[in-house]
Design a protein around this ligand. Structure first.
Ligand code: GDP
Ligand code: MG
Length: 376
């Protein structure tokens, strides 16, 4: 990832410089007006843009103030208003120490640009700023690293050997069944693992039919279990399988009874890796609530779905920063199996920097793009 700062006389010129230097893929992260020593007539605009790391400063030769027309002035003033709005809650969230210190303020603004919540920014700012002397051109990279270092990531690839049993829990409609189908297809069809599906979702007839369709296409067995005894029998029946994927009915996080029922159903002697599946489109307080309620079950990691449906991943990022458990996968669409990615720092960095404006067509199967795509 390349992050560069450009200093120009006005926004248009800065954007031209960004495009020329970094290409059309570059993303504008931040703009601000800077005043040079000789006063207002020497006002410039600083634009921070990203494609990948490194941060040289490119300075435009065209600094003649006489070239600023009404349009440029309007743009500059709009930029200033935007910055003022971003700082609007500064009084509440910045201590005077930060507010009047250009280095700290700039760091604060970086976190703000990432969409972090005020209390999380306060925590990050209070952690001690080891490198307050760092050149401002590197501050964005440093802020990014700091945020990334707070997120626990555990891709599954490292632990791929031996027999594994996975189950997917979470609120209704987040994409548990679709995600299960994606992972089952990758394991069975692409990695040649012997796989079986079991569903505990007897709540809706359509749910069994949905999974039956996937199982039929993949040519793998599906068992329906209505009790933990049934589940135990189905798991034993597939003792020759490398992978067993257990689907569950969506449960309302607000009904303790539902959650307890699910916990009892999954209470079998075999070790089951539980994923808590959450959607990136869910409001922060609902994510926190779901996490709290499903915390009654010993889930190991998170899967975040529907990243393609939001332009703003900051809610998910705020959530992950403030949790201990790792995130394992992101899903990015309805296509089975391609719309899933193993969680990585690189992916999180790109979400932090650019928001999900254009979901790249990347997936864990990039090298194996000829694999089948299913849409039941
Ligand atoms: N856009 C988008 N839709 C998804 C994604 N994952 C699942 N869905 C859709 O969300 C809906 C509910 O999915 P389903 O797997 O049945 O959710 P469940 O109730 O949690 O099992 C379906 O229409 C899926 O196609 C995703 O990553 N992106
Ligand atoms: Mg389902």
């Amino acid at each position: 990832m390349n992050i560069k700062r450009f200093i120009a006389r006005n926004a248009q010129e800065a954007i031209r410089m960004v495009k020329r230097d970094m290409g059309p893929e570059a993303v504008i992260l931040k703009t601000r007006t800077i005043l040079e020593d000789s006063g207002r007539s020497n006002q410039k605009i600083e634009v921070t843009a990203a494609v990948d790391y490194d941060a040289p400063v490119v300075i435009s030769n065209d600094t003649n103030p006489a070239h600023e027309g009404w349009r440029q002035r309007l743009e500059r003033e709009l930029g200033e208003i935007k910055e003022a709005l971003l700082c609007a809650d500064a009084g509440r969230t910045m201590t005077p120490e930060i507010y009047y210190n250009q280095e700290l303020k700039s760091r604060y603004m970086n976190f703000k640009t990432f969409g972090l919540r005020s209390e999380i920014i306060r925590g990050l700012m209070n952690e001690g700023n080891e490198n307050t002397e760092v050149a401002s051109s590197h501050q964005l990279k440093e802020s990014l690293s700091k945020v990334l270092s707070r997120i626990n990531i555990k891709g599954d690839g490292r632990d791929n050997e031996g027999r594994k049993i996975y189950s997917f829990i979470g609120p209704t409609g987040v994409g548990k069944t679709t995600t299960l189908a994606k992972l089952a297809a990758i394991n069975a069809m692409q990695q040649g693992k012997k796989a079986a599906l079991i569903t505990l979702d007897t709540f809706r007839i359509a749910a069994v039919a949905q999974l039956q369709t996937y199982a039929g296409i993949m040519g793998i067995p599906l068992d329906v279990a209505a009790s933990s005894d049934d589940l135990q029998k189905a798991i034993q029946k597939h003792s020759d399988c490398d992978r067993i994927f257990i689907d569950t009915a969506g449960r309302s996080p607000n009904r303790d009874q539902d959650i307890n029922e699910l916990r009892d159903l999954l209470n079998v002697p075999e070790k089951i890796h539980l994923y808590l599946v959450l959607s990136a489109t869910t409001q922060y307080k609902n994510l926190i609530n779901a996490e709290k309620r499903f915390g009654a079950l010993p889930y190991q990691s998170y899967i975040f779905t529907k990243l393609d449906e939001t332009q703003d991943a900051s809610t998910m990022i705020n959530f992950l920063i403030s949790r201990q458990k790792p995130v394992t996968y992101f899903t990015t669409g309805q296509h089975v199996p391609e719309d899933i990615e193993i969680a990585s720092r690189k992916k999180l960095a790109s979400l932090l920097l650019a928001g999900i404006r254009e979901m790249p067509n990347n997936s864990m199967n990039k090298e194996n793009n000829n694999g089948p795509s299913y849409r039941p």
